[in-house]
Ligand binder design. Sequence first.
Ligand SMILES: C[C@](O)(CO)[C@H](O)COP(=O)(O)OP(=O)(O)OC[C@H]1O[C@@H](n2ccc(N)nc2=O)[C@H](O)[C@@H]1O
Ligand SMILES: Nc1ncnc2c1ncn2[C@@H]1O[C@H](COP(=O)(O)OP(=O)(O)OP(=O)(O)O)[C@@H](O)[C@H]1O
Length: 308
Amino acid sequence: MGQRPDAVHVRAPGKINVYLGVGPRHDDGYHSLATVFQAVSLYEDVYASAAAGFTLEVDGEVDVSGVPLDDRNLAMRAAKLLAQTAGVDAGVHLRIRKGVPVAGGMGGGSADAAAALVACDALWGTELGAHRLHALAARLGADVPFALHGGTAVGAGRGDELTPALARGRFDWVLVLSEQGLSTPEVYGRLDQLRAQEGAVADDPPMSLDVPLAVLHALRAGDARELAPALLNDLEAAAVIDRPDLGATLIDGIRFGALGGLVSGSGPTIALLCESPEHARAVQDQLLGTGRRALHVHGPVPGARLVG
Ligand SMILES: C[C@](O)(CO)[C@H](O)COP(=O)(O)OP(=O)(O)OC[C@H]1O[C@@H](n2ccc(N)nc2=O)[C@H](O)[C@@H]1O
Ligand SMILES: Nc1ncnc2c1ncn2[C@@H]1O[C@H](COP(=O)(O)OP(=O)(O)OP(=O)(O)O)[C@@H](O)[C@H]1O
């Protein structure tokens, strides 16, 4: 056991799926993925302090009314899973300050879970190490390992089998937020329906599930112009069917000069790729002018980290 602080602060990022290829659905309800995550500069801050039991409070810069405060909360589940696994006989009070939109397709809850793992590991001095923390993260949700990892990474399997991707420089994104969130399982379910309607049948040859070389090359080159035409999200049609306004936002983003754009993860956040910070601010201003909520972020940024 290492030194035990009374309180710790961990920061974890939201993410964009720069590429999201969705393969077949398996019997466990999960789909095989070929995805590229990029962690962006929109953060969840988790403050953990020593306590007898397990308690939680949530506030933030985004609407937090949809966030559960009981055992359904991913951060709470992360703390309890770590305590159980490491045989810790202590509690924690977690305060989550959310900067990532709730149910926005940017992995905010997953970032909370990753941050809670790192925070409780430090608070309790369990020193589990990166490998075992990753294994716990994967049990909490498909996006949680990436929130620990951060940077830019290729995700296979459920999205939890990660390989770091080389990415040079920085990429500037404008995010357009929605007031109403989308449910991740419902969006995956809608994609299955669309595919069934298109006549895809169970004994079709397996879909090819690889991240295109064009995506990896553009990231390696740090070239937003090269990356823009390669952005793709197989969940986009399923998200846009329920939310036609997202299609209009994408069109406006391109009309205002973004190099390209896509729905982030299961949506409804839209991510628009820009060439430079100045370019992103110009696109952001135009979107703000239409009354939309638009933020300028950049990636890649690190995964869940102790602050201070
Ligand atoms: C859309 C993405 O954000 C893209 O990174 C993720 O695939 C979703 O990751 P997540 O929210 O961490 O997902 P989980 O909490 O593990 O699963 C929620 C639900 O999403 C669907 N799901 C998730 C991941 C995956 N590879 N296939 C799926 O079909 C399943 O219906 C699952 O029950
Ligand atoms: N710590 C948490 N923060 C936010 N939502 C949480 C949390 N724990 C559980 N939830 C539940 O999970 C749902 C989706 O949360 P989240 O904000 O992570 O969505 P998301 O960013 O779309 O997820 P992903 O991109 O990983 O699919 C919420 O509507 C809420 O009911």
